[in-house]
Design a protein around this ligand. Structure first.
Ligand code: URA
Length: 195
């Protein structure tokens, strides 16, 4: 039986060959995601931007630097968690991914989640949240633990945050994001204590 890292390595290598939507024709490379295959926490953003497209790593631009700082503030490193996106290829000019692009990429993300089996999925931004928690408003549910059964995954804990890129230059949103982020250790504790 292959361990989680081996399974993820195979999945992410397959993903790098994907051409199921038009995005792959316009981006430089697939950005599958990276981190600890045994992670308790999985962060899921929207889609790679320019820096991510250039390097093949998720969240390495300004938003990524901010994410790293927030992780450090709760004594976590990138290597402790898993970081991925709903869409694995950069949309041209960073436009919002189209519904058909999100749908084409969805099975890859589901497989990643099934392998990692995180205790908590932290969605970064509205688009990531909407994919799992359809019909919700980020302004209402940010910073709260939501438990939902998702087809293909099962019962899963979700925690919604504002996107670090959106909060970076918006003082009040930044404050809210940092406050919500700092609650992650307590949320994990609560999930563990409830078994
Ligand atoms: N924004 C995202 O949503 N994902 C990245 O990887 C980088 C920026």
């Amino acid at each position: 039986m292959k361990d989680k890292k081996q399974q993820l390595d195979i999945l992410n290598a397959d993903m790098s060959q994907c051409s199921d939507c038009v995005l792959r024709m316009q981006c430089s490379r697939v950005v599958p995601g990276e981190g600890n295959a045994e992670a308790e926490i999985m962060f899921i953003g929207e889609a790679p931007g320019q820096k991510e497209d250039e390097t093949g790593h998720p969240f390495v631009g300004a938003a990524g630097k901010f994410l790293n700082e927030m992780l450090a503030s709760i004594n976590l490193k990138r290597e402790d968690v898993y970081i991925a996106n709903v869409v694995k290829c950069r949309p041209p000019q960073n436009r919002d991914p189209l519904p058909e692009e999100v749908s084409a990429c969805w099975p890859w993300l589901l497989e990643q989640i099934k392998i990692i089996q995180p205790k908590l999925i932290v969605t970064l931004g509205r688009h990531s949240m909407e994919r799992f928690l359809e019909g919700q408003k980020i302004s209402r549910i940010h910073g709260t633990l939501v438990i939902k059964t998702i087809a293909g995954i099962g019962r899963q804990n979700f925690y919604t945050l504002y996107h670090p890129a959106a909060a970076l230059y918006n003082g009040s949103m930044r404050e809210i994001l940092i406050k919500d982020f700092n609650r992650i250790p307590k949320i994990i504790e609560k999930i563990k204590s409830e078994g």
